[in-house]
Design a protein around this ligand. Structure first.
Ligand code: 6PG
Length: 472
């Protein structure tokens, strides 16, 4: 009986596309899904060169695989992963490998690693980014966990991932659940960049009164220059999409309530948990939450009536400034996310290679952009960089653009155009680059009302002052 190199559980669009990508690269692969229709369609959709098999039962699926079995799960995060593991693990043998390629929470992965290890099975968490198209043609792949298991998968992962300068957009992300953690932070950064782009759009639309054709041109020019990125590129294309139900552009027909599946929220929670400041990611998460309060926003806008907007004096200068502001705020968002990875690597003993993280994000994933080349160079110069804002070369770019960020933030504030992402990116930058913050006063207040003590700038030790006795 012919045995297949790989197995895929979950034949939804992502699973099916990833499976075909693996088959395209010369690996044989069997698929399983509870939905019989999806199993049936699998072989129908395969080309004659692909060695692909759809299986109707888990038993058939498992026995169709060569050993050690290498089984990829592409099912929704949470309970579905546990359900699959519960039914499949009794059918597996010592040494088999199960790879979870969904957006699973890293703590769940830790639990599953321990659980499967007790059965002599390997479990790996592996982030996959690039959406449906990426899965089919070359995603960015973030595997972590068992090193031996990783080496067995490596040739396949390198074959199916996106390539930048002939280098595969996949690498070992670290121990334990590092693969899921890196993907979670990738998504947190994704949230921040999407928030910032939406603010730039609003500033150009309401501030500079650009229509969709003009917005298309601005984003096209940005994408052709140093802001080239996947998210700028798709935004450009969104502005020219006509609606099929009306004569309008589709973007103008879409309700302004943003959805979220949870990875952004996890990133923020994690940053709070381990003490890292990532305000632009936090604000992106909470902005989506605020967007859902549509009825209240309508009520409030009636009560406070929107501010009249004073158009910028020179539209071309304004567009250039908004572009530079977006560029820098995006860079600052990456800086925040990467600084979270630095701390998490230490905290959870992941040993995340930051240089490889930015290297494999250069292609295939949703946050791919030319900016990542600059971060990659920065980590080559110093692999232990705690924050990319501390790199000399990066600081030159930042200094060039920071005035535009200030002007854009000021324009938005004066004209009542909400720009939470832009404001927090600037606020973070100003706080991070300030030698003496005013939190000496906060320490004094804490000590005043709660005897929480403070440290001094001129001598070692912990101090407390009896403030009230001096003041009364
Ligand atoms: C990717 C995407 C992918 C997915 C997000 C969307 O890297 O391919 O990030 O993982 O599109 O889960 O997340 P929200 O639904 O929370 O916006």
């Amino acid at each position: 009986m012919e045995r297949y190199n790989y197995g895929m559980v979950g034949l939804g669009v992502m699973g099916r596309n990833l499976l075909y990508n693996i088959a395209d690269n010369g690996f044989s692969i069997a698929g399983f899904d509870l939905d019989k229709e999806k199993v049936k369609k699998l072989e129908e959709g395969a080309t004659s060169e692909m060695k692909v098999k759809g299986t109707g039962t888990l038993e058939d699926f498992v026995s169709a695989l060569e050993t050690p079995r290498k089984i990829i799960l592409m099912v929704p995060a949470g309970k579905p992963v546990d359900a699959v593991l519960e039914s499949i693990t009794p059918l597996l043998n010592s040494g088999d490998i199960v790879i979870d390629a969904g957006n699973s929470y890293f703590e769940d992965t830790n639990r599953r690693i321990a659980d499967l290890a007790s059965k002599n099975l390997h479990f790996m968490g592996m982030g996959v980014s690039g959406g449906e198209k990426g899965a089919r043609t070359g995603p960015s792949i973030m595997p972590g966990g068992d090193v031996e298991a990783f080496h067995l998968l490596k040739p396949m992962l390198e074959a199916i991932s996106a390539k930048v300068d002939q280098e595969a957009c996949t690498a070992y992300m670290g121990k334990g659940s590092a693969g899921n953690y890196v993907k979670m932070v990738h998504n947190g950064i994704e949230y921040a960049i999407m928030q910032l782009i939406s603010e730039a759009y609003d500033l150009l639309k309401r501030g500079a009164k650009l229509n969709n054709e003009q917005l298309y041109e601005v984003f096209r020019d940005w994408n052709n220059g140093d802001m080239n990125s996947f998210l700028i590129e798709i935004t450009r294309d969104i502005f020219q999409q006509k609606d099929s139900l009306t004569d309008n552009y589709l973007v103008d027909q879409i309700l302004d309530k943003a959805g979220a599946k949870g990875t952004g929220k996890w990133t923020s929670e994690q940053a709070m948990e381990i003490g890292v400041s990532i305000p632009t990611i936090d604000i992106a998460v909470t902005s989506r939450i605020l967007s859902a309060y549509k009825d209240e926003r309508i009520q409030a806008s009636g009560l406070y009536s929107e501010k009249e907007i004073t158009s910028p004096e020179d539209i071309n200068i304004f567009i250039k400034e908004v572009g530079d502001a977006l560029y820098l705020a995006t860079l600052i968002s990456y800086a925040q996310g990467l600084s979270l990875l630095v701390k998490a690597s230490d905290e959870y003993h992941f040993e995340i290679p930051l240089k490889d993280v930015v290297k494999i994000w250069r292609g295939g994933c949703i946050i791919r952009s030319v900016l990542l080349e600059k971060f990659y160079s920065a980590y080559i110069r110093n692999p232990n960089l705690s924050n990319i804002l501390l790199d000399k070369e990066i600081s030159i770019i930042v200094k060039e653009k920071v005035n535009s960020l200030r002007k854009t933030a000021a324009f938005a504030a004066l004209n009542g155009i909400s720009s939470l992402g832009i404001q927090t990116a600037l606020g973070y930058f100003d706080a991070y680059t300030t030698e003496s913050l005013p939190v000496n006063l906060i320490q004094a207040q804490r000590d005043y009302f709660g005897a929480h003590t403070y440290q001094r700038i001129d001598r070692e030790g912990v101090f407390h002052t009896s403030w009230e006795s001096t003041n009364n």
